[in-house]
Design a protein around this ligand. Structure first.
Ligand code: PLP
Length: 393
């Protein structure tokens, strides 16, 4: 009889944890040692050339970091995983490892701000051709793919306007063009969405956000086939953007409660979005869990939960934002998302501060937009807090 494959809640707790590390300790120890000593030169050599499992030097690999990589690998359902010091390091190392002069990337306008900078400012310096499509225009993306593509880079739901892309449809179009399909799954998390099952080749996370969940450690992960992950790892090893073992430990501990946090954050975000729909000072609500959202049907098809992040527009633009944000009591005003605490931010002053007002408008970001990352607090308090802050507007 085949053994039952554990479901995500069990995977979050147990994946990677069975490795024997540190005697009989039930918790993964933080191995700070930079190097590993070998009494036998032959064994040292076989570890160094990869014939035997083991660790040589901390920039390459580390036992604590390896457990974190394994946990996310299992949660995303990939064959291999590697990590990086931040989400941006995971993203840029993946892109630089897979691209070269003359190669072509097709992506969307609404990628994470840092990713957008890699596309706009850095890859073109190396002769990489970048085509950024209107985010929810699937036909335009498919038309650009048909012209030839080496990397299709996607993100869904997007930040901060929660646009939704049909991953199965676009992954197929990407593969027809011969592209490697990369998906940033930070906002959805593997509890709500499994891009590899939908056809993606590589899944990337800013583990800093929902995976870690406590806003106390930076990190990034890349999951996919052995061949692709090996390429990213080889580049990251030399580039040097290694995940620190202490950060790996904090992210590992956070990830153990991922399913519980996401379940609550999905519920809180849905309740907040529905509540805001009926508030007089709120001009729009973006959340894929709302039946009126443009991407609701696709989201319902490819996600098992609609996520912990939403955004909404305030009447009165930046003036309203200036009054609303300081009035919130149970929310950090910060450039972050995915933590146990609720977090609010105004894209006009944070993620998209470098755009002009016109550029923000073109991305569907009005000046009065608030990004709301639901925490795990009790919903009655979150709603009451929003109501009193809206009164201040
Ligand atoms: C935060 C974030 C990143 C970058 O992650 P860092 O850990 O801050 O480098 C990438 N993608 C998305 C969707 C993010 O929210």
């Amino acid at each position: 009889m085949s053994e039952k494959v554990p479901t995500p809640g069990t995977q979050a707790v147990w994946a990677g944890e069975h490795r024997a590390l540190g005697g009989d300790a039930t918790q993964v120890p933080v191995i700070h040692s930079v190097s590993y000593g070998y009494g036998e030169v032959e064994q040292w050599k076989s570890v160094a050339v990869g014939e035997e499992a083991g660790h040589i030097y901390g920039r390459n690999s580390n036992p604590t970091v390896a457990v974190f990589e394994e946990k996310v690998r299992v949660l995303e359902g990939g064959k291999a995983a590697t990590s990086a010091s931040t989400g941006m390091a995971a993203i840029s190392n993946s892109l630089f490892a897979l691209l070269a002069p003359g190669k072509r990337v097709v992506s969307i306008k609404d990628t994470y701000g840092g990713t957008n900078r890699v596309f706009a400012d850095y890859l073109p310096q190396y002769g990489v051709d970048i085509e950024l499509c209107e985010t929810d225009d699937h036909e335009q993306i498919e038309a650009e793919l048909a012209k030839g593509c080496d990397v299709l880079y996607l993100e869904t739901p997007t930040n901060p306007t929660l646009k939704v892309l049909d991953l199965a449809r676009l992954a197929k179009a990407g593969h027809d063009a011969g592209a490697v399909v990369i998906v940033d799954n930070t906002v959805a998390t593997p509890i709500n969405q499994k891009p590899l099952e939908l056809g993606a080749d590589l899944v990337i996370h800013s583990a800093t956000k929902f995976l870690g969940g406590h806003a106390d450690a930076l990190g990034g992960v890349v999951v996919g086939s052995e061949e692709l992950v090996e390429k990213v790892y080889a580049y990251r090893e030399i580039n040097g953007a290694t995940l620190h073992p202490m950060a790996a430990y904090l992210l590992l501990r956070g990830t153990k409660t991922l399913h519980l946090r996401i379940e609550r954050q999905n519920q809180n975000a849905q309740a907040v979005a529905e509540h805001l729909l009926n508030q007089p000072r709120v001009t729009s609500v973006n959340y894929p869990g709302l039946s009126g959202h443009a991407g609701h049907e696709v989201a319902a098809k490819q996600m098992t939960g609609f996520g912990g992040m939403l955004s909404f527009g305030l009447e009165g633009d930046l003036d309203a934002v200036r009054k609303f944000i300081p009035a919130m009591r149970h929310a950090h005003a910060a450039a972050n998302l995915g933590a146990v605490e609720t977090i609010v931010a105004a894209p006009a002053t944070s993620s998209h501060v470098e755009c002009t007002e016109e550029e923000r408008a073109a991305l569907g970001i009005p000046e009065g937009l608030i990004r709301y990352s639901a925490g795990i607090e009790d919903i009655e308090d979150l709603i009451a807090d929003l109501d009193q802050a809206l009164k201040a507007v």
